[in-house]
Design a protein around this ligand. Structure first.
Ligand SMILES: C[S@@+](CC[C@H](N)C(=O)[O-])C[C@H]1O[C@@H](n2cnc3c(N)ncnc32)[C@H](O)[C@@H]1O
Length: 396
């Protein structure tokens, strides 16, 4: 393919990604893979170049663009070499007209940026789109961090994480034999801080209410030396099904999974009411703390979608709270830097549930900043994904 044809292909893929983002369709990675399957004539160099154009445009443009061409033109405005490829050659994009519409660039539209937690101010915003490192978490059931470090000597420890090991973004860690052996999982430092903040110990009975594919469930199994009873729940069958093979690889043998029907969660958890020493509510959210990994998420966030997340989070916190034994703990977490999903959500929970209190000692020294009754982690301050967490103690 010519360089211009690669740009035109990227424009067509961006068209599809923008439509899917507006309509809640397939994620960008799936659309890209499908587009490449349909263009078998594209070689590996073509793919790499097209992919770079697509993701550079997604990173640059702050909300779903009016068209793929408008997104690529916004990129070309700051890149003369790219602009020169709009040359009207066969299969290439038409020449740029002076009055053509450009997509708007930046981190987020002002209305969305206005919803960020006050701690995630202007000075934090560049880090929110910077490339993220690849963080590993040692699985203590299978080995030590020293063993992990020996496999990846180029890596480095992560502040405050006894099990964490940081590698460069492009490292193909999941292809390493130690991964198949269960020695580690790929998990961002923020998720590792959140899992440790649950404070779980061996012998406890724990519910992971929104377990998804089990990233944090497995971290909890590791931190409790595979000696805690863990119930992992989710309403999404496909995600929850990923947990069993991962648990097997990790040697985590005390995890039970339970698929919940939306709206019937409490009834389906009747046997766990007021029984768990700890409940983890890793709630569905905007994902605004993970834009550096998934910049396309900001194209998907509409006010209506955010309202839905906020309502679900409140409901899930209440469902989780009912499972906590007297004096037990509920950890609420979202990978978001939006105040409504974080500090406001917890303030409202504490108003609805008198007698509950917020803990102050859930993070290692120097990590996170107090945000209302919880803590905010941000890429700029903590070198990890943006995350809000709060640990709440039930009345005795
Ligand atoms: C942030 S993700 C969880 C990620 C997971 N804990 C991990 O570490 O990989 C939120 C999860 O909540 C699940 N979810 C949404 N509504 C739910 C509900 N009503 N009950 C339980 N889980 C729900 C979603 O399917 C999604 O997997």
């Amino acid at each position: 393919m010519t360089p211009a044809a690669r740009v035109q292909t990227a424009i067509e893929i961006l068209d599809a990604i923008a439509v899917a983002a507006r309509e809640g369709g397939a994620p960008a990675d799936a659309i890209f893979a499908e587009a490449m399957r349909a263009r078998r004539y594209a070689g590996s160099k073509d793919r790499r170049a097209i992919r770079a154009h697509v993701y550079d445009a997604i990173r640059a443009v702050r909300s779903a663009p009016p068209s793929g061409r408008a997104a690529m033109l916004a990129l070309a405005d700051g890149d003369p070499a790219l602009a020169a490829l709009f040359d009207g050659s066969p299969y290439g994009p038409a020449p740029i007209r002076p009055d053509e519409e450009r997509a708007e660039t930046g981190l987020a539209p002002p209305a969305l940026a206005g919803l960020f937690d006050p701690l995630a101010g202007e000075d934090e915003q560049a880090a929110m789109l910077a490339r993220a490192p690849l963080d590993l978490r040692t699985n203590r059931i299978k080995g030590s961090r020293d063993a992990l470090a020996a496999h990846f000597p180029e890596g480095a420890a992560i502040e405050g994480l006894a099990d964490g090991w940081r590698l460069l973004p492009e490292t193909a860690a999941a292809q390493h034999p130690a991964y198949a052996e269960g020695l580690f999982e790929v998990q961002d430092a923020a998720s590792q801080y959140a899992s440790a903040a649950l404070g779980a110990a061996a012998g406890e009975a724990i519910v992971d209410l929104c377990a998804g594919g089990g990233g944090k469930t497995l971290a909890i199994a590791s931190l409790t030396a595979n000696d805690a009873e863990i119930l992992a729940c989710d309403t999404n069958r496909a995600r929850l099904q990923q947990l069993a093979p991962r648990a097997e690889r990790a040697g985590a043998t005390r995890i039970e999974t339970r698929l919940l029907d939306p709206g019937k969660e409490a009834a389906m958890l009747a046997d766990w009411q007021a029984r768990a020493s700890r409940v983890f509510v890793d709630a569905p959210c905007s994902g605004s703390g993970t834009w550096r990994r998934s910049p396309e998420l900001r194209w998907r966030l509409s006010p209506a979608r955010l309202d839905r997340h906020v309502a679900d989070q409140a409901r899930l916190m209440d469902i989780g709270a009912a499972l906590v034994a007297p004096g037990g703990k509920l950890l609420y977490a979202v990978c978001s830097i939006i105040a409504r999903e974080g500090r406001d959500q917890v303030d409202q929970f504490l108003q609805r549930n008198r007698g509950w209190s917020a803990d102050a000692d859930l993070l290692p020294g120097g990590i996170g900043r107090p945000a209302g009754a919880g803590f905010l982690l941000t890429p700029g301050h903590d070198a990890c994904d943006g995350f809000f967490l709060a640990r709440l103690t039930a009345p005795c």
